[in-house]
Write a protein that binds this ligand. Structure first.
Ligand SMILES: Cc1cc2nc3c(=O)[nH]c(=O)nc-3n(C[C@H](O)[C@H](O)[C@H](O)COP(=O)(O)O)c2cc1C
Length: 212
């Protein structure tokens, strides 16, 4: 519905409230907020690598997404132990964090293997070496992308996904059942983690109902 009337803008305590009315006479009120870090949901990605001594490191990354159908891009700060490991081993895995492991997932985001070498051991989670790349798969996270390092550029790490594994407990036949995965999303506004479990529509299909 096209917004037709801007009724009023109030400025109080540095918050402006904008009130709109549409053609159906519905009232919409909006506030300007201070943050530009405002895309929701952000993923909670678990980036796993091997340290020099063969021990495992995992970090939490919300600033990441698919770049191509078979490439991921992760905006990772270069000083993180993870990035040093990726550059050395030329490989990493990306797992989707789930609601059963919120504490561990957050721990991986607040402690660095740069100064806590037994970071992964402290988490109590376990890992298995990938058969395809020089990086660990974290057993407890149900979905894992195995990636070969391509480059570290202005936007961070780019990797090629060469294999994906899924724990059978979250599968329905040949398909992933996202409600069983119980993935979590990161809310950048209030720093919350949210469970993503309910399917509410079918992509590329539901919209066709409005096609004229
Ligand atoms: C919710 C959350 C999201 C994060 N996202 C990122 C990110 O996208 N990029 C990044 O460089 N650091 C991110 N961090 C910070 C790293 O996970 C953190 O600095 C970590 O200690 C790095 O570990 P490492 O030095 O063992 O690799 C995030 C932390 C949290 C809690």
């Amino acid at each position: 519905m096209r917004v037709v009337i801007l009724i009023i803008t109030l400025i109080c305590d540095n918050i402006s409230i904008i009130i709109y009315k549409n053609m159906k006479e519905e009232i919409f009120t909006r506030k300007n907020i201070k943050t530009t870090e405002a895309i929701f949901p952000m993923p909670v990605l678990m980036i796993a690598t091997y340290n020099e001594d063969g021990s495992v490191d995992v970090m939490n990354a919300a600033w990441g997404t698919m770049l191509e159908r078979d490439q991921v891009i992760l905006n990772l700060t270069e000083t993180h132990k993870t990035v040093k490991n990726i550059k050395k081993r030329k490989a990493f895995t990306v797992s989707i964090a789930d609601s059963r492991h919120v504490v561990e997932a957050d721990y991986f985001g607040v402690v660095s293997a740069n100064n806590t070498p037994n970071k992964f051991e402290n988490s109590g989670l376990t890992a298995t070496k990938s058969e395809n790349i020089d990086a660990p798969i974290i057993n407890e996270f149900p979905i894992c992308l195995e990636c070969e390092f391509i480059e570290y550029g202005d936007c961070g790490v780019i990797g090629k996904v060469i294999n994906t594994t899924v724990d059978e407990s979250v599968m329905n036949g040949d398909n992933i059942d996202i409600s069983k995965v119980s993935a979590i999303a990161f809310d950048p506004y209030t720093h919350g983690y949210y469970k993503v479990t309910e399917r509410v529509g079918n992509a590329f299909k539901d919209g066709l109902k409005l096609k004229k």
